[in-house]
Design a protein around this ligand. Structure first.
Ligand SMILES: Cc1cc2nc3c(=O)[nH]c(=O)nc-3n(C[C@H](O)[C@H](O)[C@H](O)COP(=O)(O)OP(=O)(O)OC[C@H]3O[C@@H](n4cnc5c(N)ncnc54)[C@H](O)[C@@H]3O)c2cc1C
Ligand SMILES: *[C@@H]1O[C@H](CO)[C@@H](O)[C@H](O)[C@H]1NC(C)=O
Ligand SMILES: *[C@@H]1O[C@H](CO)[C@@H](O)[C@H](O)[C@H]1NC(C)=O
Length: 493
């Protein structure tokens, strides 16, 4: 340990003696954004008796930056969603980690599988129609898919009454909009999505990307960046490859016991659980002893949890030049013909090839890398299907849409996410379902107290955020909420 770090730790320990009169053990389950946020806030406030148990062999959770042919790419969270009132942004303004240019780097231009020309102006116009319709949607008992389609079809019938060609393209674009809404929600169908959640606070301002990947934000939280000499003493508190399988608590002041799959056991006065809603849905029955109360179980069942797949492919050259990417509109005829034209790989319920789910292609700036998002019913199959078929299908589809404009080489390296298949996540994010209510997220975030009204178990994580769920911001805020409750408890006494 460097002398500086040693002195820093002593200072921290002194701080602990001065401000917090407790050294009770705190166990945090999960080293994702919310777990790291809880731990860093506690450390900054003098709590030192902390253990973070993480099931994966790495920290970060749904923040997962990897290197691909020399470029940092994110298999999980990618954008710093909104600047205004965003703790993520506020923490970083001076650190120069964000790439402000990336918010402009969204593909605008639409391409049709029939290769009919769609002008740049009409592409922009379509996007504006989408925005207008989407922004005007109100709360309803009908699904987002139903409400959107009804309003959108009405809108384009009026707008393009005398322009049948435009009307036709706008109509075929319905599939694109469905995919786009699934990309942000993670739901497998827009008919399973609530039309609008009045509690959700929209992102304000730009959504920049990261220069070195989202993981740099966690480094900043842990104060490893910009100068490792100032880092919080967190490394030795994180225990990797520790999957918690049972949390046993009582109604009296006895410590909570935490059992891991490798049979190691921990005890703690306080526990903060940050596992994804997907994990809670799958494991809630076996994870807690005694069982959670009815309101929590109901919340865990009701709130939606879904998944997208991110697939990155590298090329020997940047054949798309400086374009930010491509939007694909499949015509009904080409969708129907897809499985006879490209026969390999899974098919959807309508018998169409998986390639019809290729609709959104992003160019990663300053690289030879393209990113495709897959959403919908075939997510699990796409996470596990043969890599060669995936590469060939992408190449086939890029050619179908763009082959008359570009000479497209075969992709070289392919990497993809597997959030849905990974039992430490079971998906990418939570969403408002047709049955979830605003009370559900609140109930999930309510701590479990013992008979003395002492904090025993708290729940944090993206899904417990009422206003910013499904984002890193929501995860961080929920982690701070859990830490603040503990700080308040011990400052008081
Ligand atoms: C593909 C994708 C794209 C996204 N894009 C964006 C974006 O652009 N902008 C944005 O703001 N957000 C985005 N998000 C959402 C954002 O990543 C999440 O909301 C946030 O990272 C969740 O953090 P968390 O701490 O709540 O959960 P997690 O990151 O899931 O952390 C929980 C941790 O607990 C661990 N764990 C689970 N079960 C156990 C157990 N039993 N024992 C021990 N450890 C366990 C997990 O391994 C994990 O590390 C995206 C997510 C994905 C997956
Ligand atoms: C589409 O546009 C390109 C130029 O952008 C032009 O060369 C081509 O002829 C057009 N095709 C059709 C079918 O209009
Ligand atoms: C990596 O990128 C370089 C250009 O920076 C490119 O020439 C090379 O073909 C790429 N390699 C792979 C395997 O993608």
């Amino acid at each position: 340990m460097s002398a500086f770090k040693y002195i820093f730790q002593i200072l921290l320990a002194l701080n602990y003696v001065c401000t917090v009169f407790s050294n009770e053990k705190i166990v945090i389950v999960g080293a994702g954004a919310s777990g790291i946020a809880t731990a860093t806030k506690l450390l900054e406030n003098g709590f030192n008796n902390i253990i973070i148990l993480e099931a994966e062999c790495r920290i970060g959770g749904r923040i997962h930056t990897v290197s691909l042919n020399g470029t940092s790419v994110d298999l999980g969270a990618e954008w710093c969603d909104g600047q205004k009132g965003n703790v993520v942004y506020d923490k970083l303004e001076e650190l120069d980690l964000l790439n402000m240019l990336r918010h402009e780097h969204f593909p605008v231009q639409f391409y049709s599988s029939s290769r009919s020309n769609i002008s740049y102006e009409f592409s922009k116009e379509l996007t504006n129609v989408f925005k207008m319709v989407h922004d005007g949607i109100e709360e309803s008992t009908d699904s987002l898919g139903d409400v959107f389609q009804k309003r959108y079809n009405q809108q384009i019938s009026e707008l393009y009454k005398t322009k049948p060609e435009k009307f036709h393209i706008a109509q075929q674009a319905n599939n694109y909009w469905a995919h786009l809404l699934l990309r942000t929600s993670g739901s497998s169908s827009w008919h399973a999505l609530a039309s609008k959640d009045p509690d959700y606070q929209n992102k304000a301002g730009h959504s920049p990307g990261w220069k070195y990947g989202y993981i740099s934000f966690l480094d900043a939280l842990m104060k490893k960046y910009p100068d490792t000499a100032h880092q919080l003493p967190i490394d030795d508190k994180i225990h990797l490859n520790k999957e918690v399988i049972k949390i046993t608590y009582t109604d009296d002041s006895a410590p909570v016991t935490i059992l891991c799959s490798d049979k190691s056991m921990y005890t703690a006065k306080h526990v903060v659980v940050t596992s994804s809603l997907g994990v809670l849905k799958q494991k809630v029955e076996s994870l807690f002893e005694p069982k959670l109360d009815e309101n929590k179980i109901k919340a865990i069942k009701n709130i939606g949890f879904g998944s997208v797949v991110k697939v990155f492919v590298t090329f020997n050259e940047k054949w798309w030049g400086n374009l930010p990417g491509f939007n694909f509109i499949w015509t009904d005829e080409d969708r129907a013909a897809s499985s006879s034209k490209f026969q390999r790989g899974p098919r959807n319920q309508k018998g169409e090839s998986w390639i019809v789910d290729i609709f959104y292609v992003f160019a990663i700036p300053d690289s030879n890398i393209l990113l495709c998002y897959f959403t919908g019913e075939m997510v699990t199959l796409l996470e596990t299907m043969d890599e060669l078929i995936l590469k060939d299908g992408l190449h086939y589809t890029f050619n179908l849409f763009l082959g008359h404009f570009y000479d497209i080489p075969k992709p070289l390296i392919l990497i993809r996410s597997n959030w849905k298949s990974n039992p430490h996540f079971y998906g990418t994010n939570s969403f408002p379902s047709l049955v979830s209510t605003r009370e559900d997220r609140r109930n999930l975030g309510i701590p479990i107290l013992n008979f003395k009204e002492e904090l025993v178990i708290q729940f944090a994580g993206e899904a417990t955020s009422v206003n910013h769920y499904s984002s890193v911001q929501g995860a961080i805020e929920s982690g701070y909420r859990a830490a603040d409750k503990l700080i308040k408890l011990y400052k008081k006494t």
